[in-house]
Design a protein around this ligand. Structure first.
Ligand code: SF4
Length: 234
C-alpha cells in the first residue's frame, strides 16, 4: 500500500504534534535589534554535516558576544568567527561561508532581509545557490524557514524515508521535492502550504532520528504498516 505525502504528514503530525521548527531566540533579537531570520540563515550553514546540538553551542557563542547579526558578522575577522563556530566542525569552511553570505546581504541589501526575501522565489533561490557552500538543501531551508517561501526541503532523512516507504518518487532531491509539492498542493491552499512544508520537514527529521535511523527501530514505528523495508526485515 502506497503512502502519500498527505498521509505521511497527518500520521507524523498526530504522533509528534507541532514542532515549531526553526528555533529562533526572539528575546535575544528583540534586545539587540537584530533580525531573527538571520539566525535561521546562520543555522542553515552551520548545520551542514553536524548535529543540531553543535549548532546550538556555536549560536550560544555568537549570542554571548552579541554578534548574531548580519552587519556584525560581515565585519568580524575570520579568526574570531572560526573560534566561535568551532563546535560545528569544518569551521574554516563554514566561517568563510558565513562571512560571505553576511557580506552579500550587507553589501547588496544593506542587511535588510525584507528586501532580500520579498522577491520571486526562483530568483532568490538562484542567488543563494550562486553563493559559496550553499547547495539545494541549505538554500531551500533558508527560503522556507527564514523567508517563509513555499518550498519543500529535502534532506538525507527524507531520501532515506522515500527509499524505505512505498512512495511514488525516485529518492533524489528534485524528484522528491516535485513529488511532495505537487501532491500537497492538490490538498492544501496556497496560504497554508508553507506552514505544511515547514511542519512536515521537521516531522520527518524527528521521525528519522527517533525511528527510521540507519539501523531502524521498526517495532514501535507509527508507519510500520506501510513500510516495505520493515517487511523485508521480518
Ligand atoms: S518501519 Fe522501520 S524502516 Fe519502515 S519507516 Fe518505520 S522505522 Fe523506518
Amino acid at each position: 500500500m502506497n503512502i502519500t505525502p498527505e498521509s505521511l504528514y497527518k500520521i507524523l503530525f498526530k504522533y509528534f504534534r507541532s514542532l515549531n521548527w526553526w528555533p529562533k531566540d526572539l528575546g535575544y533579537h528583540k534586545k539587540t535589534g537584530s533580525d531573527p531570520r538571520f539566525e535561521v540563515i546562520v543555522g542553515a550553514i552551520l548545520t551542514q554535516n553536524t548535529a543540531w546540538s553543535n549548532v546550538e553551542l556555536a549560536l550560544e557563542n555568537l549570542k554571548r558576544e552579541k554578534l548574531l547579526d548580519i552587519k556584525l558578522i560581515s565585519q568580524l575577522d575570520l579568526k574570531s568567527l572560526k573560534k566561535m563556530i568551532r563546535p560545528t566542525g569544518y569551521f574554516n569552511q563554514k566561517a568563510t561561508r558565513l562571512k560571505n553570505i553576511a557580506e552579500h546581504l550587507e553589501n547588496k541589501y544593506s542587511g535588510n532581509l525584507d528586501s532580500f526575501f520579498d522577491r520571486n522565489l526562483n530568483e532568490i533561490r538562484e542567488e543563494l545557490l550562486s553563493l559559496n557552500g550553499v547547495g539545494p538543501e541549505t538554500a531551500d531551508s533558508i527560503l522556507l524557514y527564514a523567508g517563509n517561501h513555499s518550498i519543500f526541503v529535502v534532506d538525507a532523512y527524507t531520501k532515506r524515508l522515500c527509499k524505505r516507504l512505498p512512495m511514488e518518487t525516485k529518492p533524489e532531491y528534485y524528484e522528491i521535492q516535485d513529488f511532495f509539492q505537487k501532491e500537497l498542493s492538490k490538498i492544501y491552499k496556497n496560504n497554508e502550504i508553507s506552514k505544511i512544508y515547514n511542519e512536515l520537514h521537521a516531522l520527518i527529521v524527528i521521525f528519522a532520528k527517533t525511528y527510521c535511523k540507519t539501523k531502524p527501530n521498526c517495532e514501535d514505528c507509527p508507519l510500520k504498516k506501510f513500510c516495505k523495508y520493515a517487511s523485508q526485515l521480518i
